[in-house]
Write a protein that binds this ligand. Structure first.
Ligand code: ZN
Ligand code: ZN
Length: 295
């Protein structure tokens, strides 16, 4: 089975270091990302995936009907690896601030008392069960954003391992949906690739990248030209832009690789451009998928 090579982690760390040099204001958050990614890679080697039985005619049908290859809540997640990672991430996050250390203490208490069940939490987060999360965080008086952040960052590597197994089944030129063809999750960030400027979206859960229309909103699907607008910071590179939709008021950041002559790692670019999130949100646009800013 194909696994991410250790060089992949080196590449991510090199990219983090390069952005830190360019944008020292992002150093703290990028160092935090580095620690998180390092923990994820250390656990990655031991993640188990069950074989998924997929038939080509089913793939065709699902692609045509707009269903992702798998319903992610049906996947058998390697809970043991997920729980290991959750605990390791707690240790990393704890150092961020006194407030977070306090919030984390409460989470750990509820885990010890058995009131917070990680397997159940992971299942509900994969199923995007907002109600469960609201109710649990409310009842146990926990920082919901923090619980979600830890859970998602523990689960994503488990889903990435499945995406590695399934990516060969995706028909890139037949999908064109605003959600992932493998797991159905929303996109984290977009990229315009070299040469033709083909647009790709990066899955916020399994890390897969899929083709998408240049003039379509990934969130509401509108193709009305006058609803699309993008901005970038004049004194920065045009490579980092924010695409906003006037119809649904959502935005997605886009990395224009035609303007960059360096190695790019999309998940890192997302954290390296938090200043653009702040501008977009101040202008009244909403981000669909949460990031580190919410913790
Ligand atoms: Zn996905
Ligand atoms: Zn929209």
């Amino acid at each position: 089975m194909e696994r991410q090579s250790p060089e992949a982690l080196d590449r991510i760390i090199q990219r983090i270091d390069a952005i830190e040099e360019k944008r020292p204001s992002h150093k703290e958050v990028l160092e935090f990302l580095k620690e998180i990614v390092t923990e994820q890679y250390e656990v990655k080697e031991q993640i188990r995936v069950e074989p998924v039985d997929i038939k080509e005619d089913m793939v065709k049908l699902k692609t045509r009907e707009g269903f992702p290859l798998v319903d992610k809540k049906d996947l058998k997640l390697d809970m043991e690896s997920g729980i290991t990672l959750f605990k390791r991430l707690c240790a990393v996050v704890q150092k961020r601030s006194d407030k977070i250390a306090d919030d984390l203490k409460k989470i750990n208490e509820k885990l010890d008392e058995g009131e917070l069940n990680l397997e159940e939490l992971f299942e509900k987060v994969v199923a995007e069960d907002e109600e469960y999360l609201d109710a649990t965080a409310g009842k146990l008086e926990l920082n919901k954003e923090l619980v979600l952040f830890l859970a998602k960052n523990s689960i994503n590597p488990l889903l990435e391992a499945y995406a590695d197994q399934l990516k060969g089944y995706v028909h890139q030129k037949k999908w064109w949906k605003g959600y992932c063809p493998i797991c159905g999750s929303k996109p984290l960030i977009a990229a315009l690739r070299k040469k033709e400027g083909e647009r790709f979206l990066l899955c916020s859960s399994c890390g897969f990248e899929w083709r998408f229309g240049r003039m379509t909103c990934p969130f509401c699907g509108t193709q009305e030209r006058n609803k699309h607008r993008y901005f970038f910071i004049e004194k920065e590179s045009k490579a980092y832009r924010v695409d906003v939709c006037e119809k649904c008021k959502k935005y997605i950041k886009t990395i224009d690789m035609r303007e960059l002559f360096e190695d790019v790692v999309l998940a890192v670019e997302d954290i390296g451009t938090l200043h653009l999130d702040i501008i977009a949100q101040n202008e009244g646009y909403e981000r669909e998928v949460a990031n580190i800013l919410n913790v």
